[in-house]
Design a protein around this ligand. Structure first.
Ligand SMILES: C[S@@+](CC[C@H](N)C(=O)[O-])C[C@H]1O[C@@H](n2cnc3c(N)ncnc32)[C@H](O)[C@@H]1O
Length: 504
């Protein structure tokens, strides 16, 4: 069954059986040092999933210690450990700056590559998408892992593919950076390569040259000219495929989204229909979409549940696929048990609060100030038509999420933030709210719109009712109809309205 997992791919891959996957096409963070903040602004989730900066911190050192431990019993980890120790020398054992960042990044990537190697069948291949910041180091790691028992020559490295594209902006004193690197390795000598499926059209000039050549040879009575292949040209290891244009229909608003054509090419070349393709850093699902288009089975993993909404929309719009019916989702809350699982990891990933506020069509952020000692308020705007004024007005809406037992102090602090921001508010909990808290909400009064009044502060206690009937939320949270429509659509897709809100 096609499956999406949300969580850390290292933990998820370690649960999977050896040699079950035919092809891995994946695009991990690059250690680019960049913030991909076009999607979400100023949120903790973004800083986890959408920044590509690394530090040689405790978790990085723990990962290295774990690699060393595993090296005692595993040849793969032994090869990885040796390689990383070599890189430590190259990077001068740095603990800060670019070199410290690179050590941390390689400690992150190393074990994940080791697991990918284990998961691939002997006939399988991997395409690792990276860029020149780290591609040379990653290639060294892959050589170490893929060729660990092969001292004679590097047999498993197949290609370094250069993905070239056009783009805007040039560095002042360097050449324009206009390519990514895709490292292609096979797990054994019997790997799949469907040359005829990926042949390219010959360039006009090549055809003209060929015709001219044939003419000359004929005149000279020589008919031994090598023919052009009628199926097309053998492709080279540099690919010219344009990145997704800002106005492209393919664009989902997810940072770092790659063009589907690029991934279709890898999948066509290195797998057959009915085979299993995996992307352990799947983002908004480019590999998944390409694999489904080409009739392959698929597994996608991503750390952030914020990737699910665009991915779900894409799978529904392009392939008519519905979650639970046509594919499985793990790690995304579909019941209270899974909510509690997210809550346990809340400090690490903030997925619970991200999930909860996005159900309301709000943007996960803390840019409006702290709502309590350990709280943060998420923000959105409702643009409402005000018939009395004869114009639209922007109303601010804030949300605070509490994964533990809520306190009166927290609710008061939230009211304070609401007042400061002239906003209406939604206080989200999984534990019940007390009568005292309800009184505070009543004291906050109402707001008026289009001859209707709505409570200014409202509570949403997430429980099983929500999962049984997600649209029950509109009966719990009373908001003007203009806001409820986007909320309803969120249950089906990641809404365009939400994207507009995110950008506003
Ligand atoms: C460069 S993006 C992939 C973009 C993807 N190719 C697409 O077209 O949408 C890298 C992705 O890796 C995810 N990621 C980072 N660390 C991860 C981890 N430990 N486990 C799973 N996913 C992770 C990020 O959330 C991000 O979505």
């Amino acid at each position: 069954m096609n499956t999406l997992y949300f969580g850390d791919n290292l933990e998820i891959m370690r649960e999977m059986d050896d040699q079950g996957v035919d092809l891995i096409c994946t695009d991990p963070p690059f250690n680019s040092g960049r913030d991909y903040n076009t999607f979400l602004t100023d949120s903790k989730a973004q800083s986890k999933a959408f920044t590509d900066t690394w530090t040689w911190d405790d978790p990085a050192q723990d990962t290295r210690a774990d690699i060393e431990r595993r090296a005692r019993t595993s040849d793969t980890y032994k090869a990885l450990d040796t390689c990383l120790k070599g890189y430590d020398l190259v990077l001068q054992n740095a603990v800060s700056g670019n070199k410290g960042a690179m050590r941390a990044y390689l400690a992150f990537m190393g074990p994940r590559l080791a697991e990918m190697h284990r998961l691939l069948r002997d006939t399988g291949s991997i395409y690792l998408h990276c860029d020149p910041t780290a591609s040379h180091y990653l290639k060294g790691i892959m050589d170490a892992i893929w060729d660990q028992n092969n001292r004679k020559k590097n047999e498993y490295f197949r290609n370094e593919i250069v993905w070239c594209y056009r783009g805007a902006g040039y560095p002042k004193k360097d050449f324009g950076r206009r390519h990514d690197i895709i490292l292609r390795y096979s797990n054994g000598p019997q790997y799949i390569f469907n040359l005829d499926d990926i042949r390219e059209e010959y360039a006009e000039a090549t055809i003209e040259r060929f015709k001219h050549h044939i003419g000359n040879k004929r005149k000279a009575g020589d008919f031994g000219v090598q023919k052009l292949n009628p199926l097309g040209k053998h492709p080279d290891d540099w690919w010219q495929i344009q990145p997704i244009a800002p106005s492209s229909k393919e664009r989902l608003g997810y940072p770092t989204q790659k063009p589907r054509a690029l991934y279709e090419r890898m999948i066509e070349a290195s797998s057959n229909e009915g085979m299993l393709v995996m992307d352990p850093f799947c983002g908004c699902g480019t590999t998944i979409d390409a694999a489904h288009t080409l009739h392959r089975f698929w597994i996608g993993i991503d750390l952030t549940i914020l990737a699910l909404d665009p991915m779900r929309r894409r799978l529904a719009d392009r392939h008519g696929l519905e979650p639970s019916k046509d594919y499985e989702i793990h790690g995304y809350p579909t019941n209270m048990q899974e909510v509690h699982k997210l809550v346990r990891d809340e400090k690490k990933y903030h997925d619970f609060s991200n999930w909860a506020v996005t159900r309301l069509g709000l943007q996960p952020t803390k840019s409006v100030g702290d709502g309590g000692k350990d709280g943060e308020a998420h923000v959105g705007h409702i643009t409402l038509w005000d018939p009395e004024e004869g114009q639209t007005t922007d109303t601010r809406i804030l949300a605070e999420v509490k994964s533990g037992r809520p306190t009166i102090t927290q609710v008061r602090a939230f009211c304070h933030v609401m007042d400061k921001n002239d906003a209406i508010g939604i206080f989200i909990t999984i534990e019940p709210v007390s009568a005292g808290m309800r009184q505070i909400a009543a004291d906050m009064g109402t707001f008026y719109h289009n001859n209707e009044t709505f409570p200014r502060l409202q509570f949403w206690q997430i429980d099983d009712t929500y999962f049984e009937n997600p649209s029950s939320l509109k009966d719990i949270i009373r908001l003007p109809a203009a806001w409820l429509a986007p909320m309803r659509r969120i249950e089906r897709h990641f809404t365009d309205t939400q994207m507009t809100l995110l950008r506003s």
